[in-house]
Design a protein around this ligand. Structure first.
Ligand SMILES: [Mn+2]
Length: 196
């Protein structure tokens, strides 16, 4: 069955439901009402091997900003819950992923402490999603998932490729960081003894 959790988030702005299986096989069923954002979340699932079933509805004026923020917060909450006390995981993950003209680098620590740094010289917009909103996704994910996420490098000509490379890099880094190491199944990967 794996590390499977269901999280819901309901505000006056949105209703989000996430079924999340950290030990999945990259199966996704995503309906946020924003096709390009769906494509990015399906990419995240495919390359992290996390099963993601996501539905999101705007309850007020349709707003991609509210949907992106609330979906990220709900995914982060699901990740945090499914990791539990974070025993036995590798903890760190990183990836440098190209897509044609684009390249994105993600370095990630499942640290218990929310922090992001994003190299923001890239300014891009495609199919309803701009880079500031993608950064907002990362910030919200880091906040509720209690993650440290650095994106020290991100570039490209085509914003679709740049965003897709970033979500692939995030996925691969997450897959690595959340992997359970059999040699250390009982141990918290911290000299401090806690990762929460
Ligand atoms: Mn694509």
């Amino acid at each position: 069955m794996g590390r499977l959790v269901v999280c819901e988030r309901k505000t006056l702005e949105t209703y989000v439901r996430v079924e999340f299986n950290l030990d999945g096989s990259g199966f996704s069923d995503v309906k946020t009402g924003h096709p390009f954002f769906d494509h990015m979340l399906e990419t995240l699932s495919k390359h992290s091997l996390i099963d993601l079933k996501i539905s999101a509805d705007s309850l007020k004026t349709p707003s991609i900003h509210h949907v992106v923020e609330d979906v990220a917060l709900t995914i982060g909450e699901a990740l945090d819950k499914s990791l539990g006390d974070r025993k036995g995981i590798l903890r760190f993950g990183f990836a440098i992923i190209p897509m044609d003209d684009a390249l994105a680098e993600v370095s990630l620590d499942v640290s218990g402490r929310p922090y992001i740094h994003v190299e923001d010289r890239f300014v891009g917009f495609t199919e309803g999603l701009d880079f500031s909103l993608v950064k907002h996704f990362l910030r919200s994910l880091a906040q509720s998932g209690k993650l440290t996420i650095h994106v020290p490098r991100i570039y490209g000509e085509d914003a679709h490729h740049v965003f897709e490379a970033l979500f692939k890099a995030l996925a691969v880094a997450l897959r690595e960081a959340c992997k359970v190491v059999t040699e250390n199944r009982s141990g918290i990967p911290s000299t401090k003894g806690v990762l929460t």
